[in-house]
Design a binder for this molecule. Structure first.
Ligand code: FES
Length: 328
């Protein structure tokens, strides 16, 4: 950790949680219910929050909570079996059983709802439906106006569709299911979805990278405070053209080529920085930034910490400037 690390407090303490139930939610998706081993009420969370789970393979992965924020006795997550899994989701799918105990970090929320919005449009792609489901539960509970567009490749892969349908049942048009293969392979038309929304609408999207890039284009002209998004897995920042990292303690310069993480470039140059998840989740590689502007892609820093730009997660984040000076 960088020397800006905040001392652990009771609220930060790792939770020991027992797997209460595991159920299939779609062919490649498990719904996993976790409860505190000590039976105490869990730390509160707000809709859109995620937890970091340490899997038995030692890999830390981040999963959004899909249950109601009013529940203090359980966290429920949806785990997609990533075909490129390096052991995180694969371990959870193949090894985890009811009764097992997992270590979990308390919830954090980088994808919070604006509860005062007159109308909210929530757009989910694939397993990105999990935070959206929790957000819809909340909007419904507080009586706000909302609609959801849920895009999946095939109908059988639409995890958690039934609870969404139940929430949407009271009002026609609240839920749009877009099945790519039933639409001739066409993707959800985000531009018209945004154009049809009333002024002042807040938009939320969680899904795969290409969907979020389309979402950013569709919402580019809106005030930024009305546009919210979350990647469902951090990725290496596109460092178009490359950039240079300067190691302040030695003055050494390490080039980072396009598509390579800073962590990997440093490793290739013989500079070792501790890491655990390599996905911007655990915070182990947090590094102090002395000059330059990071391109944050992690799920660990808060929005305010990212905006301050004083530290960055070098396993996944890149640079918006030609040079980054790091406290290494
Ligand atoms: Fe986990 Fe970078 S190694 S956040």
């Amino acid at each position: 950790m960088a020397d800006t690390a905040i001392p652990m407090t009771a609220a930060d303490a790792t939770l020991r949680m027992r797997v209460q139930a595991i159920a299939g939610a779609a062919p490649d998706v498990l719904a996993i219910e976790l409860r505190a081993c000590d039976g105490q009420p869990l730390p509160a969370f707000t809709a859109g929050a995620h937890i970091n789970v340490r899997t038995g393979s030692g890999i830390v992965r981040s999963y959004s909570l899909l249950n109601s924020q009013d529940e203090r006795d359980r966290y429920v997550i949806g785990v997609y079996r990533d075909p490129d899994s390096r052991g995180g989701s694969r371990w959870l799918h193949e090894q985890l059983a009811a009764g097992d105990v997992l270590e979990v970090d308390p919830p954090r929320n980088d994808f919070a709802l604006c509860e005062s919005a007159g109308h909210s449009v929530l757009i989910a792609g694939g397993i990105g439906v999990t935070p959206i489901l929790s957000m819809v539960r909340r909007l419904q509970a507080i009586g706000r106006s909302w609609q959801v567009a849920y895009a999946v490749r095939s109908r059988s892969r639409a995890a958690f569709l039934e609870p969404l349908r139940e929430l949407a049942a009271a009002e026609a048009g609240r839920l749009q299911l877009h099945v790519d293969e039933e639409e001739g392979g066409r993707f959800l038309d985000l531009a018209s979805l945004v154009a049809r929304a009333p002024p002042g609408t807040h938009f939320y999207s969680c899904g795969p990278g290409p969907m979020l890039e389309a979402y950013k284009r569709a919402t580019a002209s809106l005030p930024p405070q009305q546009v919210h998004l979350e990647y469902f897995g951090a990725g290496v920042a596109p460092a178009a053209g490359g950039f240079v990292v300067v190691l302040a303690k030695s003055g050494r310069k390490v080039p980072v080529s396009a598509g390579t993480s800073i962590l990997a470039a440093l490793g290739a140059a013989g500079v070792y920085v501790p890491r655990v998840c390599e996905q911007g989740v655990c915070g182990t590689c947090e590094t102090k930034v002395l000059a330059g502007v990071p391109d944050h892609r992690d799920l660990f820093l808060t929005t305010a910490e990212q905006a301050a730009g004083k530290t960055m997660l070098i396993c996944c984040s890149g640079s918006l400037t030609d040079e980054l000076v790091l406290d290494l």
